[in-house]
Design a protein around this ligand. Structure first.
Ligand SMILES: *[C@@H]1O[C@H](CO)[C@@H](O)[C@H](O)[C@H]1NC(C)=O
Length: 240
């Protein structure tokens, strides 16, 4: 645990010193069957328009004191979506029904948010990336039964290469022997891509001594090296 905190801290220092800028993003996208309007900051979702619930959704947790957008943002999102669809129709006419590019997901990963402890609430994450167009459908099973509650998915996030990423999350409490799966459907997949997660195989009842042992051995070797170096340095100076 201590190691983890240390690494987290180090990576924070590195990223702060490497780059003091923030990245703001607004995504407007549409297809015949889907539309998206999302505001993000530094890779996080700040807000998106939910066209079914007909309102803006602010997915950030309350403890970070999330910002909200002014009234009318949802209505202007609807207008933006209409503009997007109109532009799409014009492009279709102008470009004589150009074929739709299709990329199946290049990666599907399933993992837990926290280290697994039996009986401790946790989250399963299904991370899907590299697909075009958006979105994917993600569904979960527990011991082959469909899970209907406790899952959520974020809106598609655009990657640098123009493909998309979506992340689905499932509340779960690890019990020995349970098998979960996340099934991903996409336009470019002839059959769904499914990833399995088996609690038994990956749970550790003991947080693991591995990291501490490696750290101890590494540190010892390092100190021995420094001592040897100092020894030869001193010896070398004595000779000359
Ligand atoms: C995703 O689910 C919706 C609603 O069930 C369905 O209309 C759509 O065809 C699905 N998309 C894919 C790629 O399977």
């Amino acid at each position: 645990m201590k190691m983890k905190e240390l690494l987290l801290f180090l990576s924070c220092v590195l990223c702060v010193s490497a780059d003091g800028q923030h990245g703001d993003i607004k995504i407007i996208g549409c297809s015949d069957s889907y539309g998206e309007l999302m505001f993000g900051l530094d890779g996080e979702e700040l807000a998106y328009a939910d066209f079914n619930k007909q309102e803006m959704i602010y997915p950030q947790p309350p403890f970070i004191d999330p910002m909200t957008y002014q009234e009318g943002t949802y209505e202007s999102s609807v207008a933006n979506l209409q503009v997007c669809r109109a532009n799409m129709q014009n492009s279709r006419k102008g470009m004589k029904d150009f074929p739709l590019e299709r990329d199946a997901p290049s990666g599907v990963m399933i993992y837990t948010r926290d280290e697994v402890e039996f009986g401790e609430k946790n989250y399963l994450i299904c991370y899907v990336t590299g697909f075009y167009p958006a979105p994917v459908n993600v569904s979960w099973t527990k011991n082959k039964e469909k899970v209907t509650q406790g899952s959520s998915i974020n809106v598609p996030y655009i990657n640098k290469d123009g493909t998309f990423t979506q992340i689905s999350r499932l509340d779960f409490t690890p019990q020995q022997g349970d098998v979960y799966s996340c099934k991903v459907e996409h336009l470019a997949l002839t059959e769904p891509a499914t990833k399995f997660y088996e609690v038994e195989a990956s749970a550790r009842s003991d947080p693991g001594v591995g990291p501490s042992v490696f750290c101890g051995v590494g540190l010892t070797l390092g100190l021995v090296g420094v001592a040897a170096g100092t020894f030869f340095l001193v010896k070398g100076n004595e000779c000359s």
